[in-house]
Write a protein that binds this ligand. Sequence first.
Ligand code: RRO
Length: 314
Amino acid sequence: MTSLTTTIGGRTFDNCMMNAAGVRCQNKQDLDALVASSAGAYVTKSATPQKRAGNPSPRMHTLPKGSINSMGLPNNGLDYYLDYVIDDQRKRPDATNFLSVAGTSLEDNLAMLHQIQESEYTGFVELNLSCPNVPGKPQVGYDFDRVNTVLDKVFEFYTKPLGVKLPPYFDLVHFDQIAAILNQYPLTFVNSINSIGNALVVDPQTERVAIRPKGGFGGIGGASVKPTALANVRGLALRLKPEIKIIGTGGILNGVDVFEHILCGASMVQIGTQFGYEGTPLFDRLAKELREIMNQKGYTNINEFRGKLKTFDD
Ligand code: RRO
């Protein structure tokens, strides 16, 4: 049988596909559905120390080729998600999952990571450095000095497996700069990309923006971001030390998209917008489609083609 197994930080996942943070993972019911699905793992909605209502609606809008959102970090607070993952870990000690945290300040991130460090949780943490939608709070991932400071402070005390969720970069020098910083730290993974931030969707009929928060500015996900996501996965795969695994997120609708992300260097992929549209049956469809492609090509596991993208110079 064609295997979709993958390994990150010494943990094995029997399927290399999972949800992307923010989509259908905000409450216990959502997370239970992911546990019951064929996804290889789940990630929880990015948490802040306290529960947040998020931005006013309408704050998400579907597009022919994806979505725009400015949710503004609605979540049930760290305690809720930490309780969930610890309870799940007691029930299924062999399964590794992802707890996402997104403090709106360095102090909040450090306080949450201290709480996680002191807890019995041993799974992965995804530190979200790329939320584009909190009014007045720029994306940390675009401020390289700040990323350095955050990671310096985090790794002064944090010893459990940790990765960062990055915004998309658009210049090769920025790939060089962010990789040089990330390579200094014992990161388990990087996840690339978050939504393409601060885009604007206009409804010509009503002559109005599509979503209410921030005057209509929001993050784009779904089909239209795939080339940017692939560039970021590939750009990082070429620059990061091999111990840091890459999670590819952005523009996955079918098995071919998963295949392309893995060719570019992803060890795992996350699906946001399309998971929102299809729910958990998506994971069965994608697994079937990826297996079909692998069978046609004679691949029996994803390591046979991971990162092996060819260029015209090869
Ligand atoms: O909640 C959001 O508005 C949000 C977050 Br935290 C994020 O990281 N990415 C996104 O597209 N939306």
